[in-house]
Write a protein that binds this ligand. Sequence first.
Ligand SMILES: Cc1cc2nc3c(=O)[nH]c(=O)nc-3n(C[C@H](O)[C@H](O)[C@H](O)COP(=O)(O)OP(=O)(O)OC[C@H]3O[C@@H](n4cnc5c(N)ncnc54)[C@H](O)[C@@H]3O)c2cc1C
Length: 458
Amino acid sequence: MREHERARHLGNTLVWRGDPGYESTRARMLWNELTPPRFPDVIVRATSEEDTRDAIGLARSRGLRVALRASGHSWCGSPLRDGGMLIDLSRLRRHTVDRHSAVVQPGVTSRDLAHALAGHDRAFPVAHSGSVALSGFVLSGGLGWNSRAWGPACHSLRSIQAVTAAGELVRCSEDENADLFWAARGAGPGFFAAVTSFGLSLHRLPPATMTTRYVFPLADLEDIAYWTDEVAAAVPSNVELSVVLTTADHPVRPGSPPPKVVVVTATVFASSWDDATLSLEPLRDCPLAGRSLIRQADQPTSYDVLFAGSDALWPRRHRAAADSLWLNEDFGTLLPGMGRYIAGAPSDESLVLAVLSPGGPATVPPPEDMAFAPLGGIYLGCYAIWRDQTLDEANLRWLRETIRAAEPLGAGYYVGETDLLAAPSRARRSFTPAAWERLQALRAEHDPDGVFEPYPHP
Ligand SMILES: Cc1cc2nc3c(=O)[nH]c(=O)nc-3n(C[C@H](O)[C@H](O)[C@H](O)COP(=O)(O)OP(=O)(O)OC[C@H]3O[C@@H](n4cnc5c(N)ncnc54)[C@H](O)[C@@H]3O)c2cc1C
């Protein structure tokens, strides 16, 4: 197809810089209210696989680099680049599900998929927030619910359909275009093809999902961190164990400010209620329970409740920035040092999260060879979340200082949540050295003209 035919076919899916509506379209490309001052030449609001192919053809003939976007949850705003073409895939939202597999388009969200699968008694390690699309999440590795037992989301990726830099629509799996498939399982925002659908293998919907939660004053952090290590050594892999340092929603006493708190949460995805209760046993007789502000034991839960909990921690319509680290330390070594930072956070909505990762002990080791690898047994996420535009610099500085304090303990970054703009080495240090080398070689082979944007960098 010739250039003008492609442009005509794409018609009103194209929004050029300078068109009425360009700025509001650009601002809608990210979930975050902190919209970086980067301006694509054109935004394509694709409605089909064909649009995606035409858009890449148009970009090639005009010499425009291509960036992609599904739900725009990239914390560092990787879909928004200066110049070039941004292809928005969020309108591609079809999915088909049968008993063992699903095929989903890039705009399908974690909530959509969890609901669709539940009707078939199936599940997938979807992202913790329901609004995150499967697309960038699976491509980054995907640290989803129950991923110590089921593996990161990319372990359950069986195939993709993608438009390559040459403009061809190809299917990739372990047997076809295996190199591209290897890269799709972890390359994240540096992947060099536009995925138009994902073939997923599914897991049985756990019949019993249950949560135990304790909330303690921040002053008790050190003791709690050591106790959490004991719990971590005792719970099976189908328990997701996390510690969040943040500010409570409510004051303890009327008139006092809401306190800084430590929230220890364990959620089990079990085959029966008896198994669920047994799996949460290590949290039952907490020796520090007398110091807790809140204790909720063995509460039956559901994906909707879990998503609602995440929505409260990572609320929409806020300014936000994040950074992350893998660590091979324990909670007792890591967390006490983090307490000081949460105590001094400029925003009460900010939080530090430490969670047992799929790279930790008692997890199913990744059987497949893929670009993604969990680089540590604990995953640390630091999240600055605020509303007031005039406090951007204070909150971003807090994030930088907090992650810097943990970095000496770090074993690498997670490409899906690290701030790739913080240092040029961030992308490289999100992979094993061998995986990084292979990614570079594959990019040079599959995208020799640099059609697709590389990893964002400072
Ligand atoms: C509130 C919130 C909760 C989160 N929870 C989790 C979590 O539980 N676990 C976790 O691992 N991560 C989590 N993340 C991080 C999230 O997985 C990544 O930001 C991911 O990139 C989001 O997917 P997306 O489709 O919205 O990506 P987008 O922001 O739309 O795109 C990011 C990049 O991914 C690439 N990309 C996206 N779609 C395609 C495609 N179809 N083809 C080729 N390249 C593509 C592009 O390079 C693009 O620049 C969370 C983020 C937020 C904001």
